[in-house]
Every structure is written in structure tokens, then in C-alpha cells.
Design a protein. Structure first.
Length: 647
């Protein structure tokens, strides 16, 4: 790719704030630098016309403020995927879609400088004022490498700065440097654009800068001999994942108990001190009971992302991707698809959006259809609630808790189902011929930065709470109305032989004759073979807005059926009619069936909407919903039969 030389200094945006683009390859320290500069003053969105994520941060400098935009990671400005295309378009002054930044910061890893300079050459040909940030210089020195920064600056013709991990002084100096973006300048002689000439230019720059390639990190090599071993590495991967879910249960459970006690206390206060009956019911059962039933799982959500961030920060996730690349190949996909599926552990939406990094449209479609089967964080509250009903916390499997083992099996089941679906759709849609190269950085093992971990957890918890305050809160209010209306009159209660002062009896009568009950009973024939009654059915219906809403709905049902003891109401619910009348509703076969149903079913309208936007048609989202509901129903039915036979 080539660009016309763009002379002149940086302009100032209409708002009076300079805009600086942050460019770099994956694992070059680009996003870590972005977080260090911007702190929590960031906003996210999408670029026009595509669903590639956009991150902007407002950076406070000595002279004012600067907007820094963290562009998607790329190895080149010759795009092979939509996210790399976005980087090329933003840096192109002749592009009419995106505003051209006033200046560019390009990050390069000092330990892989030769590879990084190819991207730098392309960035410098754009002609925007540029500063090159060299990261991991401390690691370069530790591994006996060498780089003369002043000589590198002279060779490149633009300012060069070094930032070592966790050096706040260097970050402060860079903030001051941002104030002078208009004077960073461009090379007097831009780098060449022909591939063979670029190779020579890179060698010349490295020689001028006295660059000595760092020695292979002996510690990393020793660890990788085990971690990347086809047998031992795979065993270690599954042991790591197993321990992962053990920690989620054992560490988060005490905090979860405290959060639950707090919401129980709030609900009791509302019930006691709010004099208006319907308002007390709405506050205690609808808002506090419903929302609290989901918020109580915030400790698990936070811990999940702490662990994921630590695994990424240490460099282990890249190794896991390498190991799983073999599995992806057997599923008919390339290694990039693993990154998209891994993103789906947080949420299927970014997982589907991450398929934009796949050059093949057919690979993108197969991965999109598989991504919702990966166990996302929205399923976590549902699984924790159901596992707690199924497996007492005191049951152990040797030194391990049985609850964590069940959670591990659910995540493993989702991953296996996802791989199988990817294989099926890659066969149905047909495989393209030829493979484009797949690059994945294998960084040395490092201690994860606390700030990076905190940012990841903050983003996840903030997104969860935003969801709580919008989608889940709205669904909770609607479900309370459906569960509470029509409110029985005194005459109706008298005809039914119910004493109006008997709060539990009135609540039970209202629940059983509510609009929600009518809706749940209407679809009972569909779910009765799975052991679900109308109360579970309305939870499934509500989960179409967001999976977590199943938990809030069950919390509301529990509060409505037994306002005095909602915490244990689910365990004591019984089947109201049919051959199982009088038996406990939540038996082991029913709970297991419900967990498997949630493992497969696509109960997230937002995911379907994103899939529609990515594919440009409702055909594939509807196919996804249909095949996943079918899988959910069939496997839930089989699970109920098997567990019933075993118990």
C-alpha cells in the first residue's frame, strides 16, 4: 500500500482537542499504554458501517486534554480483515469516511523490533506527525539485547520514546510530549514502499540503531517445553480450567452470601416500612427481589474476569490458542476462529464481532453460528443458582468441590458443542481453498500488571451493571407486573376461602392466577417433557431479553410464593398438578435438564440482532435460534431421562 505524502503539522479538531491515533501490532503493549494514559476516562463504540470496536480515551496533559484513539491491533496496513481495514482507512488522509487523526503514536516491541518495523515503515509513509514508542526495553536488556534509542530516532526521522512496564514517570513524560504533537514532524525522506526495498530499509535502520537481537528467554523456553507439549500441555490446559472454576465457587461464595444478606435486609425493610401494599410488594419482590437475585452474582462475574485477565497477562492465553489451533483445524476452522470463540466466554456479541478478523466469509459464518454455544458470563448466574440447588456446597471430590467440577463440565460441554457446530457449518457452507497466514504472538511469560487486571474487571462489572440498570431492570419490572396482575379483589379472595390477612396465602393465590401464570401454562405442553412447569417456563420466556433475567424472575417467583422466606422458597416448591403433583419441582433430573437447556438455547435477542447486522439478513439468526432450541430441547429431554434413571 502507498499514500501520498501529507505535509504540514497537526491540526486541531473542531472541539479544540487534538486527536491522536494509537497504532501497533497485537501484544506490542499498545492497549496497556492506552489504559495507562487514559485511565478510566474512556468510551467505546463502533466505527461507521462496521462492528469493529472503537476505543477512545481523554488524556489529561500539562497543557490541557488530548483524545487518544486505540486502533485495532494490526501487523500491516495491507488489510486482510475488516478490523485491519479500519486502521488503513483512518490513517489514509484521502479517506472520506473517518476523520484523519492529527498525529500518530506507533508502538513497537523492543524484543521483536525487526518484525515491528514493517508496520512503522507503512505508518511513516502516511505523512502524519508520528512518535514511535518502544515498549519492553527492560525485557530487552534482561535478555542481553541492545538498542540505541537516540540512533533509532535519527534513523527513523521522528521522535522515539521508551516506556518500560509500570513506569509512571515515563507515562507522565509522554503525556507532556502529547502537547507538542503538531511539532513531532515526519521523515524528510519517507521509507520505501516496495517490499524488497522495505526489507533493506529495516536492516539499515536496525544497523544504525545498533540493535542486538535479544537472547531466547530461557525461562520461557523451559516453561513452553511443558505448556506447548501436545500431551502434557493439553493436560495442563484442562487442569488450569478445572482449577479456574473451583476458585470461582470457593472464593466468591462468602462474598455472595454477604450480598444476598444485604438484599434480603433491604427487602424486609421495604415490606415493613412502606405502608402502601402494592408499592411494598413492587419494591421488595420486584425491584429488590428481582434485581438483587442477579446482582448477588456480581462477585462471580468479577472473579471470572480477574482470572481471565491474569491468564492473558501472563501470556498463557496465547499458548492455549496454540494448543487449540489443532482442535480448530479438526473443526474445519483456522486459528483466528479460536480468538473469536475465546471472546465469547465474556459474551457472544464481542465473539461474533471478533469474526471480523477472519478473512474468509465462510469461516466467519461458521464461527458466528458456533459462538453463542460458548458459555458466556450471562449464563454464569443461572449456572451458579442451579448448581447450588443441585449440589450441596459440602460435597467434595477429594480435595475439590463438586460444585466447581459441575461448572467445569458445563463450560466444557459448551465448548464441545461449539466445536461440533463449527465443524457442521463449515461442511454445509463449503470450505474455501487455501489458507491465509495466521499470526499469533507468543510473548514471554510476564507478571500481569495490576492496572490491566483492574481495567478488565472494571469494564466487565460496569457492563454487567449497565445491563442491570437497563435491560434486566426493565424485564424485572415487566415480570413483576405479569406476576402481580390482575390483583385479586377482596370478593375473589373471600370466594376462594382465603383470609386477606394471610400474606402467604394471598401471595400464592395472586401468583397462581396472574397473567404470567396464564402465559407459562399456555406453553406447558412444549416443556412438560423436560419436567418444567409454568413457573420455570416464565423464567425461560423472560430470559429471551437476557439470560440473567431467568434468575431475577425465579427470585420474584420465590418472593411472591413465600414473601417471608424467599431464599428457600425455590427448594420447597412442589409440582401443582399432573402425575408428579406434590413432588418437589426442582429435583435433580429437572435441574440437570434445565442446565443443559441453558447450555444450548439461544436466549439472547441482542446476540441475534448482532448476527443479523453481521450477516445482513435474518436468515442466519433464525437458523441459529432454531437449531439451538432444537439441540436444547432434545439434550435436556435426554438428560432428564438419564439423570432420572441414575437417581
Amino acid at each position: 500500500m502507498s499514500h501520498a505524502h501529507h505535509g504540514g503539522g497537526a491540526s486541531v479538531t473542531a472541539e479544540g482537542v487534538s486527536r491522536i491515533a494509537l497504532v501497533g501490532s497485537p501484544n506490542s503493549g499498545k492497549s496497556t499504554l492506552f489504559n495507562a494514559l487514559s485511565g478510566l476516562h474512556t468510551r467505546t463504540g463502533n466505527y461507521p458501517g462496521v462492528t469493529v470496536a472503537r476505543y477512545e480515551g481523554l488524556v489529561q496533559t500539562p497543557a490541557g486534554q488530548v483524545v487518544v484513539e486505540d486502533l485495532p491491533g494490526t501487523y500491516s496496513l495491507d488489510p486482510i480483515s475488516p478490523d485491519e481495514k479500519v486502521v488503513e482507512e483512518i490513517l489514509d488522509p484521502d479517506d472520506g469516511i473517518h476523520p484523519t487523526p492529527d498525529a500518530v503514536i506507533a508502538t513497537v516491541d523492543a524484543t521483536t523490533l525487526r518484525r515491528s518495523l514493517g508496520l512503522i515503515a507503512q505508518v511513516l509513509t502516511v505523512g502524519l506527525p508520528t512518535t514511535v514508542i518502544v515498549t519492553f526495553t527492560d525485557e530487552l536488556a534482561r535478555r542481553n539485547g541492545h538498542l540505541d534509542l537516540a540512533a533509532l530516532e535519527r534513523a527513523l526521522g521522528v521522535p522515539v520514546r521508551a516506556i518500560a512496564a509500570g513506569d509512571p514517570r515515563a507515562t507522565d513524560e509522554l503525556r507532556a510530549h502529547l502537547d507538542h504533537a503538531a511539532h513531532w514532524g515526519t521523515p524528510l525522506v519517507p521509507p520505501p514502499t516496495a517490499p524488497d526495498e522495505v526489507t533493506g530499509w529495516i536492516t539499515s535502520v536496525l544497523d544504525s540503531a545498533g540493535y542486538r537481537v535479544p537472547e531466547v528467554d530461557a525461562r520461557t523456553r523451559r516453561i513452553d517445553n511443558v505448556v506447548l507439549h501436545p500431551v502434557w500441555g493439553t493436560i495442563l490446559f484442562f487442569v488450569t480450567m478445572f482449577a479456574f472454576f473451583q476458585v470461582i465457587f470457593t472464593v466468591a461464595a462468602p462474598v455472595q452470601g454477604l450480598v444476598q444478606s444485604f438484599f434480603d435486609w433491604l427487602a424486609a425493610l421495604a415490606q415493613t416500612y412502606v405502608p402502601i401494599g402494592w408499592l411494598a410488594s413492587f419494591l421488595s419482590q420486584g425491584l429488590i427481589g428481582g434485581v438483587g437475585a442477579v446482582v448477588v452474582f456480581l462477585p462471580q462475574i468479577a472473579l471470572l474476569f480477574v482470572l481471565i485477565s491474569i491468564l492473558e497477562g501472563t501470556g498463557y492465553m496465547s499458548r492455549a490458542a496454540f494448543l487449540m489451533d489443532r482442535v480448530m483445524a479438526k473443526a474445519g476452522l483456522e486459528g483466528r476462529a479460536f480468538v473469536a470463540l475465546l471472546s465469547s466466554l465474556a459474551c457472544a456479541i464481542p465473539g461474533i464481532m471478533a469474526t471480523r478478523s477472519l478473512p474468509s466469509a465462510k469461516d466467519r459464518l461458521a464461527t458466528m453460528m458456533a459462538a453463542p454455544l460458548m458459555t458466556c458470563s450471562a449464563r454464569l448466574p443461572v449456572y451458579v443458582m442451579l448448581i447450588s440447588l443441585l449440589v450441596p456446597s459440602e460435597i467434595r471430590l477429594g480435595p475439590f468441590g463438586a460444585q466447581g467440577a459441575v461448572m467445569f463440565l458445563l463450560y466444557l460441554g459448551g465448548a464441545i458443542a461449539s466445536m461440533g457446530t463449527a465443524w457442521f457449518f463449515s461442511k454445509v457452507t463449503g470450505r474455501r481453498q487455501g489458507q491465509l497466514p495466521f499470526y499469533m504472538e507468543m510473548p514471554p511469560y510476564r507478571m500481569p500488571k495490576l492496572s490491566t487486571v483492574l481495567h478488565a474487571v472494571w469494564d466487565a462489572c460496569a457492563a454487567f451493571l449497565r445491563k442491570m440498570s437497563t435491560v434486566i431492570l426493565g424485564a424485572t419490572v415487566v415480570m413483576w407486573l405479569l406476576l402481580s396482575l390482575p390483583m385479586p379483589s377482596a370478593q375473589r379472595l373471600q370466594e376462594a376461602g382465603i383470609d386477606r390477612t394471610d400474606q402467604a396465602a394471598v401471595a400464592t393465590y395472586t401468583l397462581n392466577h396472574s397473567a404470567a401464570a396464564a402465559l407459562g401454562k399456555a406453553i406447558e405442553p412444549v416443556f412438560e417433557p423436560l419436567g418444567f412447569d409454568w413457573r420455570i417456563n416464565i423464567g425461560i420466556i423472560s430470559s429471551l431479553t437476557a439470560r440473567e433475567t431467568f434468575v431475577s424472575t425465579m427470585g420474584q417467583v420465590a418472593s411472591a410464593s413465600d414473601p417471608a422466606n424467599p431464599g428457600t422458597a425455590l427448594e420447597r416448591m412442589t409440582v401443582e398438578h399432573g402425575p408428579r403433583a406434590g413432588e418437589p419441582l426442582f429435583t435433580p433430573p429437572v435441574i440437570a435438564s434445565l442446565m443443559v437447556f441453558f447450555m444450548f438455547a439461544l436466549q439472547c435477542m441482542a446476540t441475534m440482532a448482532v448476527m443479523r447486522r453481521e450477516t445482513g439478513t435474518w436468515k442466519w439468526p433464525l437458523i441459529a435460534w432454531g437449531y439451538m432450541f432444537t439441540l436444547a430441547w432434545v439434550f435436556a429431554f435426554l438428560t432428564r431421562l438419564v439423570v432420572g434413571a441414575l437417581t
